[in-house]
Design a protein around this ligand. Structure first.
Ligand SMILES: C[S@@+](CC[C@H](N)C(=O)[O-])C[C@H]1O[C@@H](n2cnc3c(N)ncnc32)[C@H](O)[C@@H]1O
Length: 210
């Protein structure tokens, strides 16, 4: 359940302030681009808007018992937004870009007192989410978020293989279809992102309310 007491205008202002000195829209060198492309990393960046994310969290009844995972977490804004704006207590973000991760962890000292006071945990990990050593971490997740607009279908298939090994996952939101996911398709969900409205796909273990 989402806390009724959260003032989302205040959280939005707090997030704007928290992330004012960081920028996810990086320019990568041709060598970096080659390196990432050859390792199943799609480096195109874009962000989902806070209120739209909160509306999605309400739809799936994200609660204190959930572990929220953002695959390709960029600056970690999705994870911090979830922890600040909902009753969810644990968020994990996995990001391949070392330069994005460096910026993402800069906000940790600023939110640590909130996290400790609220008994919440934010784990921002640098790495490729397809790497086998990250599977134990991914297996903690109950809800997975994938801003996958720029991901290739080959990468989406590899993500499905990983998620199919995670029995705790009850809901997956992906901007592009995950054709090989064993979790059943539930419905389409419209999210507002920095570049457009996105018709994304929700896969869920059981029927969710509208
Ligand atoms: C469109 S951005 C989304 C950022 C954030 N999740 C959001 O919605 O605001 C996608 C991110 O996924 C990361 N990414 C793509 N492929 C990845 C992989 N195989 N492992 C880890 N991160 C990856 C990219 O570097 C990029 O930062």
């Amino acid at each position: 359940m989402i806390k009724n007491t959260v003032n989302h205008e205040i959280v939005q202002g707090y997030l704007d302030n928290l992330y004012q000195d960081v920028n996810g829209y990086l320019k990568y060198t041709p060598e970096e681009k080659n390196h990432y492309t050859n390792n199943d990393v799609c480096i195109t960046y874009g962000e989902v808007l806070y209120l739209s994310l909160i509306a999605f969290a309400k739809q799936i009844q994200l609660g204190p018992q959930d572990v929220f995972l953002d695959l390709g977490s960029g600056l970690g804004k999705i994870c911090s937004s979830i922890l600040l704006g909902t009753s969810c207590r644990q968020a994990i973000g996995i990001e391949a870009s070392g330069r994005l991760h460096e910026q993402a962890i800069k906000i940790l000292p600023k939110v640590v007192s909130f996290l400790v006071a609220e008994h919440k945990k934010l784990n921002l990990i640098q790495g490729n989410f397809l790497a086998p050593e990250l599977l134990p971490e991914i297996k903690h997740a109950t809800v997975v978020f994938i801003n996958s607009t720029a991901f290739t279908y080959d990468l989406l298939d590899k993500i499905a293989v990983v998620l199919n090994q995670c029995p705790n996952i009850r809901a997956v939101l992906s901007f592009k279809p995950l054709a090989n996911l064993t979790l059943p398709f539930n419905k389409t969900v419209i999210l507002e992102a920095s570049w457009d409205s996105i018709l994304s796909r929700l896969y869920a273990r059981k029927t969710l309310p509208d």
